[in-house]
Design a protein around this ligand. Structure first.
Ligand SMILES: [Zn+2]
Length: 127
């Protein structure tokens, strides 16, 4: 019985350590969103997502202190688990590319800001 408890605790610690390593990797990545090359943000469809992240009425339910993930309130009031790698929304599920919630999260946590220049959004990294 004690052996089972010890094994469960060890597995839990290993799981938590790998989760925090994943967060650390994403937060320290040279890329805005780990897993996506920064050139992706130049495309028209991604520019559109950046614009939506600014102009749509999105909100914050909760953001982890690390800035890796949070609960973002969508335009229709739905709440999405959003991170620097993933979002629960349909847009992300369909396209597997950063959605407006992810761009919103990144701006809310101070990871970046968006500057409109000659009709295009330029991403300024803050950290
Ligand atoms: Zn989303």
């Amino acid at each position: 019985m004690i052996a089972v408890i010890i094994i469960v605790i060890v597995l839990l610690v290993l799981f938590m350590r790998s989760a925090s390593k994943k967060e650390e990797r994403a937060l320290n990545s040279d890329r805005l969103f780990v897993g996506f090359d920064d050139s992706i943000h130049e495309t028209l469809s991604q520019q559109d997502r950046i614009q939506r992240s600014i102009e749509h009425n999105l909100g914050v339910k909760k953001i982890l202190p690390s800035g890796y993930s949070g609960k973002i309130i969508g335009t229709t009031g739905n709440i999405y688990m959003t991170s620097l790698e993933y979002c629960q929304c349909m847009d992300f599920k369909r396209r597997r590319k950063p959605c407006k919630h992810m761009y919103f999260l990144a701006a809310q946590t101070g990871r970046c800001s968006y500057e409109l220049k000659d009709g295009r959004y330029i991403i300024k990294r803050n950290s």
